[in-house]
Design a binder for this molecule. Sequence first.
Ligand SMILES: C[S@@+](CC[C@H](N)C(=O)[O-])C[C@H]1O[C@@H](n2cnc3c(N)ncnc32)[C@H](O)[C@@H]1O
Length: 452
Amino acid sequence: MQLPDSLLSSLEEESGFNKKKFLEAHEKPAPVSIRINPVKKISPTDGATSVPWTDLGFYLPERPVFTLDPLFHAGTYYVQEASSMFLEAFFRQIMEEEPLRVLDLCAAPGGKSTLLSSLLSDDSLLVSNEVIRPRSGVLADNLTKWGRIHSFVTNNDPRDFQRLPGFFDIVVVDAPCSGSGLFRKDAAAITEWSEENVALCSQRQQRILADVWPTLREGGVLIYSTCSYSSEENEQVLDWLSSSFACTSIPFAGSYEGIVEVRTEQENYGYRFWPDRVEGEGFFIAAFQKTEDQEDYAFRNTSGGKNKNRRTETAAFTPWVDDLSLYAWVEKNGDYFLINPEHRPEFEAISQNLYLRKAGIRLGKLAGPDLIPDHELALSTVLSSDVPRLEVSREDALRFLKREDFAYETSQKGWHLVSYQGHGLGWVKVLPNRLNNYLPKDWRILMDIREN
Ligand SMILES: C[S@@+](CC[C@H](N)C(=O)[O-])C[C@H]1O[C@@H](n2cnc3c(N)ncnc32)[C@H](O)[C@@H]1O
């Protein structure tokens, strides 16, 4: 793999850089790793080994065809490179008592967000934002698979969050960057790399941080990360931040072999991941506590809490939800969403100020007295175990995921959850002589399953 000379020479002075070993590492394939969803438990495959800094991550002995694994579509795991999973270790250190309001600002496709979701209880709120609209759709789909009620997805520019000053306890900025840390996984990115782009990325990272800073509460924590090796996007951004805003750098309290702790010119702490020192890709992460005065967001008086006197909805939703009394529902353009009742003020604040793509679990629409269940409900953790299921083989699960017909045995008519190894994949409706497949068209597997 031919790496840009100007990149290599710019790294000579960086802590932990060893040119020979760095180049050797780029001749090896990137390790394959997954992170499992703790609310949809599966056992990792034979031969899998643990990623050291997380309880949830595993290296796989070889790369399977993930598209042809129904458990992947059920959201039981997420394919994520291992260095990024270090966010778990840092987040656990920083995390105060829940409930927390957490913003993942640059969140698509959802690697960090699904990880954060796994670390938070249903009492906390996770807002995952992505500025690029089509990418925010992919993000929403991945969080749908993850199945948690505390998850909201927005599609906004970072500066829009200034409408919610002092709102979040923790803000994660996994910034868009020049991407040198992922060259092993994406060799095409090498040709796009340039010193000019590094400088542009650095400017953009500073702008994003300045724009989002007001939404972090006083005493709250900002986590900043990139997958770039360049100090212009890492150490220099930390020093710009600490000279622009009142904040304190937070050191990581533990230590793991291979992770390099750096101190910047202004004595800020950062953590570098080199692919010749750890089993993972290039990554950089740092955290700061905000020490400057920040007004808190003034929530309006809301009706708050649970829904009252809504007999139609209660009757329609009760059969579908495992203990409806724990939740509240909100309606938007005919779609019903189930949220934690404690999150109603946040729901109102966010939907009034931002473009909210997803809030909690989309239950579906009402048709007369009945619910037409949404795909999100099938993948969620709130679904009642009393809902009829069709447990299918791997082959039939793949046919369902291709929106093809498959054989089934049931005497019961109506809605059924298609489930594989106990994990929901989507809805079918059993009619007298056939099945209707309700998998959304854009969730369909396009790969030819017979070839593999
Ligand atoms: C490194 S990626 C995020 C990866 C994600 N956190 C994950 O773990 O899956 C950076 C994201 O920032 C988004 N982005 C690009 N320009 C941006 C901007 N000006 N402000 C905020 N986000 C931006 C990109 O679309 C991209 O999704």
